[in-house]
Design a binder for this molecule. Sequence first.
Ligand code: NAI
Ligand code: MG
Length: 501
Amino acid sequence: MSSTSTAFQLHSSVTSFVSTTRKMLIGKDWVESVSGKSFPVYDPATGELLATVTEGDKEDINRAVKAAREAFDSGPWSKMTASERGRLIWRLADLLEKHTEEFAQLESLDNGKPLAVARAADVPLAVDLFRYMAGWATKIEGTTIPISVPYTPGAEYLAYTKREPVGVVGQIIPWNFPLLMAVWKLGPALATGCTVVLKPAEQTPLTALLLGELILEAGFPAGVVNIVPGYGETAGAALAAHPDVDKVAFTGSTEVGKLIVQAAAGNLKKVTLELGGKSPNIVLNDADVELAIQGAANAIFFNHGQCCAAGSRLYAHQNVYDKVVEGVATIADKIRVGAGLDPSTEMGPLVSEEQLRRVCGYIESGKGDGAKAVAGGERLGDKGYFVKPTILTDVKQNMKVVQEEIFGPVVTAMPFKDVEEIIPVANDTVYGLAAGIWTSDLSKAHKIASHLRAGTVWINCYNIFDAALPFGGYKQSGWGREMGRDALDLYTEVKSVCIRL
Ligand code: NAI
Ligand code: MG
């Protein structure tokens, strides 16, 4: 394992970006917090200080909401045509693409993910989402509706609906895909004509702030996007409760999702939530076992298991169970764990010391309940926040490690006898974000898919995301959808207009 991020030759603009205290974006200005306070951001590969960021608080949220309100109510943005909005978003996508390497390096440094992954997935997905949403700006349409109105006989009407932007949106995002989560949120808000106050996660605020520079460069008017870094309990809570915010969109823990709902009740702002998961990944006895093994490993180890959709409960038919577990364990043992910027790294550190403690705590809890670690099962090294890719067998459905979201590279594996038996077990969770099925019988796969209470079902693949494909959760995994056409509906209000002719 290598744990130094410093050996890598960083892009000069990344080095200079982290060398001064980063300010927040309010209106069109980069400003310090009202309190003058700032907070540290750490390199998860070393635990050392990476950057210092101005610390937004309630006062700063107030300033940012005011800027967003003005931009929405009376700024040039409110008069801009849909085509102009679309062009601005497209320009932002071009700028982001041009700066792929800087964003990838900064993301790798801040979050710990392998640089190659940030280059190949995080940044290109973000660019693609902006382009997809840019195209939607001119296609946010209403309908004309033939109305009859029985109590005004003989009268004629023209009735139609419009989709109008919901208004000022507060967006609170997590640290697992810092740039991509910002873009998933900003894309539909900008396409529909909303204005935004974005609060990045305190662990990983850097790429959102760098994106802020491109937002200004692209030519978005002042106040359309405001970015306030800070802690959840202060800046985040103030944003969720703010009476002048029309909608809050949140991605993070189910626990905080419930707090957001309570905070939003004050002015009944609209709420969308993308929360936790404990997604089942089901291997049938007729699956292409090699494909399923690769897929099951990718489902849990991608992004170090720090994915809300991670395939964290592996259920394999008893005829293939041993082979699948052995296959995934072999992959787990071979994964090269190290600093994100080390070119040989396949899995980086967890994002923070808190997450390291949390994930290791779950592994210990599993062992205490009688689970066996057939791969990994412990922290790696004593510097940085590394955990070995882990498979727990001998688990029971009611164990904490099977029921609760671990959010690390830890999968539980259980055998099953028949398909009918496994569907209720797969659904036996408070979550409902995603699920995987591995089989060569597509007819069976479709049937199982329709019985799984999950927002996404992947068949013979896993972790496949696209800007056009809606993503979100059933049950306690959330409210609403991100991406695709469905996301746009949640950033608009429907206005019915009725004219007597
Ligand atoms: P978290 O839910 O506390 O943080 C996510 C975002 O919410 C951050 O921007 C944070 O500053 C903000 N936040 C925290 N408390 C808030 C409050 N009271 N009001 C408004 N905003 C608030 O998640 P955390 O503590 O970083 O991770 C804990 C667990 O949450 C993880 O182990 C994982 O299980 C889950 N999680 C799920 C994610 C997902 O993608 N669904 C992403 C991150 C975490
Ligand atoms: Mg938290």
